[in-house]
Design a protein around this ligand. Sequence first.
Ligand SMILES: NC(=O)c1ccc[n+]([C@@H]2O[C@H](COP(=O)([O-])OP(=O)(O)OC[C@H]3O[C@@H](n4cnc5c(N)ncnc54)[C@H](OP(=O)(O)O)[C@@H]3O)[C@@H](O)[C@H]2O)c1
Length: 319
Amino acid sequence: MSMMNAALVESYDEPPHLRSIPAPDAAPGQEVVDVLAVGVHPATRGIAAGKHYTSPRTLPALAGADAVVRRADGSLGYVMVMGAGTLAERIVVDPAAAIPVPAGAAPALLAATMNPAMSSWCALRTRVPFQAGQSVLVHGATGNAGSMAVKVAKHLGAGRVIAAGRNRTRLDELPAEGADDIVQLTPDQDATAASLAEAAAEVDVVLDYIWGPATELAMRAVLGARTQHTRLLDWVQIGGVGGDSITLSGHALRSNAFRILGSGFGSVDMQSMQRELTELVAAIAAGGMAVHPRPFPLDQVEAAWAHQDAPGERTVILL
Ligand SMILES: NC(=O)c1ccc[n+]([C@@H]2O[C@H](COP(=O)([O-])OP(=O)(O)OC[C@H]3O[C@@H](n4cnc5c(N)ncnc54)[C@H](OP(=O)(O)O)[C@@H]3O)[C@@H](O)[C@H]2O)c1
């Protein structure tokens, strides 16, 4: 039996461990691919910690949620197999689900960038009736996904993008990356609400990476300041770095043309996802949208899990 190296989740309370496991065989209709690069995203960590809605129910399980791979014909592909695992020298994929990657694209950069970038790309392209010229508030714009959302919204034609976040240093860099206005989220709730009301009262779409109490405050501020109450406001829940739930008054939903929806794995059908990710891979490969990869070899998977990314960087395991 041929063996290979892999990173296995053996306990939700520990990082994945390097193990030697049997190499996979492809069933009819499947393909064995070589894994080149795997991003360690918040979702990748959450899945391995048993805290994500796609976490494996039984252990041990392969770690990793997505990967840049080399296919049997030598071409590159990007695959997303949330919950099934990608952190092994070889994995089995459905060939129809492999997103084509242009020759010459850098696997580590794509592995670092695809997950944060797809959050806003799929939201704007598939979840809301976003049109060029509309204005977008990115709530939680200083992380990798939030700052990519600023670039993606502009790339897709947003007329005005407002970036709101905690980290002042990172926030100050965002106008150079496309933000038309910035709002700092501070512990002073009145000041934060006033700044959001002034900058974002008339936005069309909110891409929300924070949720929790910060979102309750932001919703009150934006809805309370709106002058055109029947102008549609789509508030898209994408991330939960500030909490997993909110309390929402019925008044908020009745007093404005206000819709709340989510965007993520499970809320976008696979056909749309395939189409959009193919376009996104091409846009990233063309340059201008990148998260900086922080590489680790597979045999340092535990160190990779312990590493805390600096703003703008993403841990990537290279195989
Ligand atoms: N649904 C999807 O398709 C999708 C795809 C990708 C990511 N996501 C989700 O989006 C979120 C962000 O992912 P990421 O890749 O950007 O992670 P990241 O690069 O680690 O960034 C997280 C950011 O969150 C900020 N933050 C943490 N707590 C906060 C709070 N209470 N208020 C304001 N900001 C806070 C931190 O900013 P400071 O510098 O201020 O600490 C940090 O910059 C995660 O929940 C992730 O799971 C969803």
